[in-house]
Design a protein around this ligand. Structure first.
Ligand code: ADE
Ligand code: ZN
Length: 346
């Protein structure tokens, strides 16, 4: 016999939306900052990760990239992050947002970022059986031209694990404005890359940003997207196009100020029949983990076991993995569900 909280904790999981720097453990982060003499925005570990809104968090998020300098740092963070997520919530597959532009600004090139990350993730895959893919992220603070140059590099380098592009951060005006980067998306699409984008994330975002990411950018899936429920026509559009959402219940509560309960927009998305997966987004910064996102997040939303299993499986279906990987993961997940259902019902 296990509790529903344990059931959610033990469910096999993917996560499709986490930022590489946010998969660091706080211990490693503080150790690396000390090694490189990086002055953090606070020195009390108790309050270091207290943020009041998305713009304030993003200042810290950008600064945190400064502790990743040597190949060994990237490789270590990659491997440690997988090990932690397996322990915290039975992670089985993961997709990472990696921002090449944040590192380019610090003189670290595209391959100098991607190669050691991939080496660490491959080692973690051999050790823990957790497969992965990478989404190269457009930094919305930078120019549309810089985004095109970044996508050109993704295409020219042709690293097989880098399967798509996304956009994150906010524009210098603190807006989402996804179509500002339409040229970069057209280029990525022409090279067969998968497309996603952070849209509709907080109260200041709009349902129109969600519509534009689908209609104008042609995204395959979306990160967050909660404001969609404020426009039924956009919900209908996402349902018609089969767009899935990589949502982050606990993380989002902190950035949006929305209470996580049965009246939350995410619950309305589930009730509307949208395809929802669950991820951590920024685990270190929001003191969350993939087990907690399911356990605390889904329980607060009033999601039952049948819906939780659908959410776990959606994390396979809307992933950017190849068909063989998806089929293998589905088999693994269905087998684990049988064992967990039996324990829940004892
Ligand atoms: N970069 C890291 N986390 C983010 C978030 N939640 N929204 C936008 N950009 C981000
Ligand atoms: Zn994110």
């Amino acid at each position: 016999m296990i509790s529903y909280a344990d059931y959610l904790q033990l469910l096999p999981k993917t996560e499709l939306h986490c930022h590489f720097a946010s998969t660091m453990t706080a211990t490693t982060f503080i150790e690396l900052a000390a090694r490189y003499g990086v002055e953090l925005w606070g020195d009390d570990p108790e309050t270091l990760f207290d943020f009041t809104d998305l713009p304030e968090f993003l200042v810290a998020f950008r600064a945190a990239h400064d502790v990743l300098r040597e190949p060994a740092d990237f490789e270590r963070v990659a491997w440690e992050g997988v090990r932690a997520a397996v322990a915290e919530g039975n992670l089985r597959y993961r997709e990472y947002y990696v921002n090449p532009q944040y590192f380019a600004a610090r003189g670290i090139g595209y391959r100098d970022v991607m190669d050691p990350i991939i080496a660490g993730l491959r080692r973690a895959e051999a050790d823990f059986g957790v497969g992965f893919r990478i989404v190269a992220a457009i930094n919305r603070r930078d120019s549309p031209e810089s985004a095109v140059a970044m996508v050109r590099e993704v295409i020219e380098q042709g690293i097989p694990e880098v399967v798509g592009i996304g956009q994150d951060d906010l524009t210098p005006e603190n807006t989402e404005d996804p179509t500002r980067f339409a040229a970069a998306y057209r280029l990525a699409a022409s090279a067969g890359l998968k497309l996603t984008a952070h849209v509709g994330e907080t109260p200041t975002a709009t349902p129109d940003a969600v519509r534009e990411a689908i209609e104008v950018l042609g995204c395959d899936r979306l990160d967050h997207g909660y404001r969609i429920v404020d426009d039924p026509a956009v919900v209908a559009l996402a349902l018609e196009r089969g767009i899935g959402f990589a949502t982050t219940p606990v993380s989002t509560t902190i950035c949006s100020g929305w209470t996580l309960d049965e009246r939350h927009r995410l619950r309305a998305m589930i009730d509307a029949g949208l395809t929802i997966s669950v991820s951590t987004d920024d685990a270190m910064f929001f003191r969350t983990d993939i087990g907690k996102e399911y356990r605390e997040g889904l329980m607060a939303l009033g999601v039952d076991a049948a819906a939780a299993k659908r959410i776990a499986l959606a994390g396979i279906d809307i992933s950017f993995a190849d068909a063989a990987t998806k089929a293998r993961l589905r088999g693994e997940f269905e087998g684990a569900f049988i064992a967990l259902d039996a324990l829940l019902e004892l």
